[in-house]
Design a protein around this ligand. Structure first.
Ligand code: SF4
Length: 316
């Protein structure tokens, strides 16, 4: 893979209360071997972005539009059968939020890891089980896990199994949706090390979805900050942590405690807007300490001199 290019991606849901604009014209790129972390508060559209990329959508989708190109090939126009055969799991796979709790309780772990190879690749069972044992080793689990059931494993082991399932087809891109959220900090740290190892060994690209900025800083090359369905800042993780441009990014970073400094923690006043009826202008305006008259008009994404992108009237 060379790159994934997402342009003006929209995902709207139909609900009784009206149209929910979960993902509203977002654009970003992901290169080979790169990790892009998408950060933001709950309900800002992070997971919906992932579902749009995987084309795993609920029935109440009102609109999925824009462009998602993988090495120049448009994925949104592709018919479902071709997408299932060529792209989903083979080129883009995903570790779903809470997926470790969805392992089949009556099926041995080895078989669950091997199953996609039998279903999608038509591999025979013994060959697929051999491949599963190899991937199990890659995620640093002992071979006897092949014969176990999910209730015999710890949370950390189950999450490694889920990662093994996501990489068994050798995808280019793995989307990780809050992969460590249910784990304690030690297990979290081990899992982050495993993700780094796999990325390095397999040349994987990650889209890492998290609300935890300190975790994102561990793994990311670039950060994309999402607010109320919009991407409001994109840049290298280093630039954004050192000098956040968007007021929302600034407040997010200022609200994270650090061990090494005695900074005063800030909080973000108010709560995110209702995506059925978001503010007309800048969506962050009701909570922004720098809001001014011009913010009644929606800002556009602008490219800064250092290559960063920001959506705010304070710039440009
Ligand atoms: Fe704040 Fe205005 Fe920038 Fe929105 S556009 S983040 S309201 S300064």
């Amino acid at each position: 893979m060379k790159e994934l290019v997402v342009n003006s991606l929209k995902l709207y849901y139909r609900t009784r209360r009206g149209t929910v604009r979960a993902v509203d014209e977002i654009s970003f790129k992901l290169g080979r071997g790169e990790t892009l972390s998408i950060v933001g508060e709950s309900g800002c559209g992070k997971s919906s972005t992932a579902y749009a990329l995987m084309r795993i959508l609920p029935r109440n989708v009102k609109e999925l539009s824009g462009s998602v190109k993988l090495d120049g090939e448009e994925l949104l126009d592709m018919d479902e059968e071709t997408f299932r055969k060529k792209i989903r799991w083979k080129r883009i796979s995903m570790v779903f939020q809470g997926a470790m709790n969805a392992l089949n309780p009556v099926m041995k772990i080895g078989y669950q890891i091997a199953e996609p190879l039998m279903v999608h690749e038509g591999m025979d069972k013994s060959e697929a089980l051999k491949a599963a044992a190899k991937v199990l080793k890659d995620v640093l689990l002992p071979e006897d896990v092949m014969e176990k059931y999910q209730h015999q494993l710890s949370g950390g082991m189950k999450q490694r199994v889920v990662i093994a399932m996501a990489i068994i087809m050798n995808p280019d891109i793995v989307i990780l949706d809050e992969p460590t959220s249910a784990l304690d900090v030690i297990v979290q740290a081990n899992l982050m090390n495993l993700l780094k190892k796999l990325k390095w060994e397999r040349g994987l690209s990650y889209i890492f979805i998290t609300h935890d900025l300190s975790l994102a800083s561990e793994l990311s090359d670039r950060l994309a900050v999402m607010y109320a369905g919009k991407m409001v800042e994109i840049g290298t993780a280093e630039d954004i942590y050192k000098d956040p441009l968007h007021p929302y990014t600034n407040l997010l970073i200022s609200s994270v405690p650090t061990l090494r400094s005695e900074k005063t923690l800030k909080h973000i006043p108010g709560s995110p807007p209702d995506l059925v009826n978001p503010p007309q202008g800048c969506r962050f305006m009701p909570r922004c300490p720098y809001a001014k008259k011009v913010c009644n008009e929606a800002p556009t994404m602008i490219r800064m001199e250092d290559g960063r992108y920001v959506m705010c009237h304070l710039y440009g």
